[in-house]
Design a protein around this ligand. Sequence first.
Ligand code: MTE
Ligand code: MO
Length: 331
Amino acid sequence: MPLIRIRRGWEIPEREATPEAVYLNRRNFIKTLGLGSIGAFGLLSACRNGSADGTQAAAGQPSATRSVPKSATSNLYPARRNPNFKLDRPITPEQVAGRYNNFYEFSDQKDVWRYVDQFHTRPWQVEVKGLVEKPQVFDIDNLVRKMPLEERLYRHRCVEAWAMAVPWTGFPMKALLDHVQPKSSATHVRMLTFLRPSEAPGQREQDWYPWPYFEGLTMAEAMNELTFLVTGIYGHELTIPHGAPIRLATPWKYGYKSIKSIVLIEVTNKQPPTFWNKIAPDEYDFWSNVNPYKPHPRWSQARERMIDTGEYRDTLLYNGYAPYVAHLYQT
Ligand SMILES: Nc1nc2c(c(=O)[nH]1)N[C@H]1C(S)=C(S)[C@@H](COP(=O)(O)O)O[C@H]1N2
Ligand SMILES: [Mo]
């Protein structure tokens, strides 16, 4: 009977950041670094063409729910669901997940869907190079046709202490790596997002970020069964706010490891630098595994807030995926 229970440090309510507070903290931190300024942020919002009251959404179909222009592979969705990946919580409604996005190339305010209209996801190429026997540049539709598409229900946990649950469609990164055949000297995988300031207002206006976004994994992580290259969501093609046409999902890591709109995958023999680690090395490390016992320097990670219901849940070690990945981190 848990009548008397001593609160541990990370459970003290004062240290529990709301997503908004966390978000502001993250922004304030960047300002303190001298990477931005209040003036720049003010200018930024003044320059934006999206209206604050959402009338733009009313005028046309909102990007979050509008059907993406059909590609040559849109007929492959929905894909068969892999029953091995079950959830302990309801799936987040599509309209909620599609309007609460971190995709700083477009906006740092979660309202990414307002700013994606100029962005083109076709034609799209993904280059796979480096320490592989068969380096290749794939047209996205040819790649999707080659790979074994399946649907998986995954938990998703942002470092800002919010969470959702998503039906992704995609294929294991291992399937792609097996196709290009990594050399035995390979130790890591480096990934890169597009650089198109003319189509992505965040890349134009937030010039203090080291664009394009970059991420990395160890080879063992990249080859793990969970590591998923995502091309679809909610039974259809991926929408731009979620990282169309192809993004990563590593559900045992904080969300920022799941790089969106990938153009390059490079197999290397050194640990690649990562975007958030470069910006704030004391706050975001290379590993970034979800861990309730390791607070962020400025807030607790013990609990998480579901973005649709506002419900708080205890954060799970490795976001509940320990059986798949814990062995990767035991020395
Ligand atoms: N290129 C790129 N990828 C990115 C981000 C980003 O800003 N740019 N944000 C990351 C963060 S912080 C999170 S939480 C997830 C959010 O994914 P979602 O919008 O599909 O929920 O994308 C990650 N991938
Ligand atoms: Mo995140």
